[in-house]
Ligand binder design. Structure first.
Ligand SMILES: [Zn+2]
Length: 148
């Protein structure tokens, strides 16, 4: 259903092998669960709790890029789901602000190229309230719990 390929955005990315219908479960994110003190910030990591991170799995979940107008999101825990129909060979993306919520995260410039690009990928807590509200359904459970 998916494959790792070259992204126009940054290096490798994950793409649809064929048409994928909205609602399809794409990838379950996996990897070692680590407290922040044990995270290698130079390697793939995903924040999944206050002091809890997922380290690299070595699988395609490590290579899904960010977009401010993503076609996938986390509807149920760590399962990435298609938010709309995805065409064959379209890059699969999710919004990293749906996971990151570090108080000291400086953000990084976004190159997603979407019309709604926010310019900077930031912690969920640093988003405009209206953006937070819009992203809430696709945010990781710990964020939905924290910002009710
Ligand atoms: Zn963007």
């Amino acid at each position: 259903m998916i494959y790792i390929g070259e992204s126009s955005q940054h290096g490798r990315g994950v793409f649809a092998s064929g048409f994928i219908a909205a609602g399809t479960h794409l990838i379950r994110f996996e990897g070692p669960l680590l407290p922040r003190a044990q995270v290698d910030f130079g390697d793939y990591h995903l924040q999944v709790g206050d002091d809890l991170y997922l380290g690299p799995s070595g699988g395609p979940d490590d290579f899904v890029n960010h977009s401010c107008a993503p076609n996938a999101g986390f509807a149920e825990g760590l399962i990435l789901q298609a938010l709309r129909d995805i065409a064959a060979h379209e890059e699969i993306t999710w919004d990293y602000s749906c996971a990151i919520d570090e108080a000291d995260f400086p953000g990084f410039p976004c190159a997603c190229g979407s019309a709604s690009c926010r310019g900077l990928v930031r912690s969920y807590r640093h988003l405009e309230p209206a953006v937070r509200e819009r992203l809430r359904p696709w945010a990781l459970p710990y964020l939905r719990d924290r910002y009710r």
